[in-house]
Design a protein around this ligand. Sequence first.
Ligand code: URA
Length: 189
Amino acid sequence: MTSASLDLDDCRHCRSCDLAKTRQEVVVSRGNPEARLMLIGEAPGAREDATGLPFVGRSGQALDRLLVEVGLSPDQDCYICNAVKCRPPGNRRPRRSELEACRQWLDHQLALIDPEVIVLAGATALEAVLGSKGRMTDLRGRWQRWEGRDVMPIFHPSYLLRNPSTADGAPVALTRLDLIAVRQRLCER
Ligand code: URA
């Protein structure tokens, strides 16, 4: 067991908000705790809640496909987690109070993994980390700086599933470009 997973053990018993009452599993992370890239999503869905692993449902499969397409291994090159570690009932968006209660774990993960590059998947992750109310359509694909790290906002994979066009300029193609920029940034450093 790595030091990152050891230190996050307390997270699996967290009861800081009401999501603890309805969750099956606390969903901490998957991927490589030594990775230079950390990808942060919103919150677990049903499959994540059942397995205890983030991004393993349809959204996760779409995300993995894109990562692999641009030459990033989800297992080796990424540490994948969510802004909120427990499933909100009915997959509703996490409440501000839940994001705040869970922030301690995200901060812990950021300190342990110490990523050089962060990908924020979707508006909730964007708001959780950057505190930004900017629109995802304006911010995606634009490098941000946060606490000495390069941050790339991308569309959430569930948005890509709802907008599956593969045309140039469509969300899937734009996200592929954003992830290519991420891989290039990692290669440059
Ligand atoms: N959506 C997310 O934001 N995270 C997951 O783990 C699954 C779906």
